[in-house]
Design a binder for this molecule. Sequence first.
Ligand code: TMP
Ligand code: ASP
Length: 264
Amino acid sequence: MIQSDPLRRPEPSRAAATYGRVVPNFMKKGEQLYSGKAKTVFRTDDPERLLLHFRNDTSAFDGVKKAQLEKKGEMNNRINAFIMQKLEDAGVPTHFVERLNAEESLVRRLDMVRVECVVRNVVAGSLSKRLGIEEGLVLDEPVFEFFLKDDVLHDPMINESHILVFGWASAEEIAEMRRLSLAVNDVLKPLFSAAGILLVDFKLEFGRVGGKLVLGDEFTPDGCRLWDAATQKKLDKDRFRRDLGDVVESYREVARRLGVPLDD
Ligand code: TMP
Ligand code: ASP
């Protein structure tokens, strides 16, 4: 394992205490395990802990459109830490341990499920295109969908039968992913609403650890749609996808309204 300088961290966090163990005050950043479109994953000196680096790289349409957006990594790391902690506090198990510094966080190592779970409160994006329903229709109850995580195939929509037959997850895991995704919606819809933001839709990824499923990956404006409740202004990655400008400024606005600490 390649070891770089230890990353200084302050007190063991509340999240760390939740898992019944004290996280050491120093965590060594090890070798790079994987680099995705917006995050890089590193080993640490604890085989059960990984370090997530939120980069400024931004991509859309399965990696076809790319850009570097100054401060996006830091903004997403901060928003993700805030949301993951809110979910933990509400009883949704997540991989999040603590934020380490501006662009990095410590998480539990998961065996990731290869499917993406999407919850929608309002019609937008691919649902609008697929069914020919106008963007903006508010749904009476959330729609839940599965997609296969595969950029080459453009993340095709799949159903429970595909997941079971191809062995991507068990029937129990499918039920648990649906239950946890809707629980996340029940926590986050009011949280965003109190900040004057409509939670239109979002994507989650889950993984296995210690025989159970927990929320992995991230929750940031890169993987959800957020509209200003009063003006319908888009405050999420659609600003990048649709060339609307002010991408990171909008993410910062989301953070500010949620009360995410931005200067520690
Ligand atoms: P969609 O309208 O493109 O299906 O996306 C629904 C929501 O899920 C939207 O907030 C974007 C998010 N999402 C991702 O972030 N990555 C993905 O690969 C997929 C399929 C959806
Ligand atoms: N499929 C998602 C999007 O179009 C994620 C990505 O490709 O970056 O934004």
